[in-house]
Structures are given as structure tokens and as C-alpha cells.
Design a protein. Sequence first.
Length: 166
Amino acid sequence: MQSYQRVLILGLFFLVWSGCASQKNGSRSDQQNKKEQMKIASNPGEPVPPDNCRVIATVLEIDTQNLENGSGPCSRVPCLATVRIDSIIGYGSAFQHPLSPEGKYTVKFNFTTRPSRELFPNLEKSLPEVNVGMKFQADLSAMESLQMGTENTGSRYIIYTYKVIK
């Protein structure tokens, strides 16, 4: 009777152990996929600035109707776009608005959705035009509602620079 119990206990132990091993292997492939996405998007030595979130995103829509009041570039050309977060690479310290992967957000492109050389010829790094369907990497900076006219636009995030991912 005792040998039967030992075999049963060893069998249960083996089942539990093999289940844990298969879960670990599954999580390794998930981790490898995440590492591959991060390799594409970031340099390991480049930390995410405070109050920013580094993402890979896709432009879903450019808002041509919501131009800001005033005389700035966003009063003449679109600055707002709806983007889908494809993956989150990392958060900087003090980023208080967690984003959800596959979430849709309205963002403001600080240097407009047009090529930067048109309106900002002296900008150190030239930025390409933002188009629907474009996949890019950027740091989203959280905006407070009193800054940048966000109470009018509904945008909570601003993008200063980005790079297109092909």
C-alpha cells in the first residue's frame, strides 16, 4: 500500500514539475518576442526621459479639422493625429498615465504632421511627413491640460521627435 502511495505522489510531483517547465518555456518565447521588438525600437544605452513613454505606434488618422487658434504652425497645418500603440518599450520616471498596448490615443506632433523642413528649416533633425498607416517610434510626453491648449484639442500627449519604422 505504501509503494502505491509513493508511486502516486511521485507521479503527481512529475506532472506538476513538467507543467511548470512548460510554462517557463512558453514565457521564454514571449520574452524573446518582446526583446526582438525592443531591439528594433531602442538602443539599450538610451534611457527613456522622465515623464515620457517610449512606444512603437501606427498613425490611424490625421485630424485636419482641429486646428488651434492663434498664429502658430498648428493654426495653419494639422498637428493632431490618432495613433494606435503597437508596443510599449518603456516608461521614464514620473510618467503618471500608463498606456495600454493596442490603445488609441490622440497625440499632438509638436512640429506638425508636415515635413519639418517646410515650417522649421533650422531644425537640427529633419522629420518626415506623418501619414496614415505610418509606423514609428517616439517618446510620448505627457501634457497637462493647461499647457499647449489641450483643453481644446483633447490631446494628452505630445511627440517632439520620431523615427519611421519600415
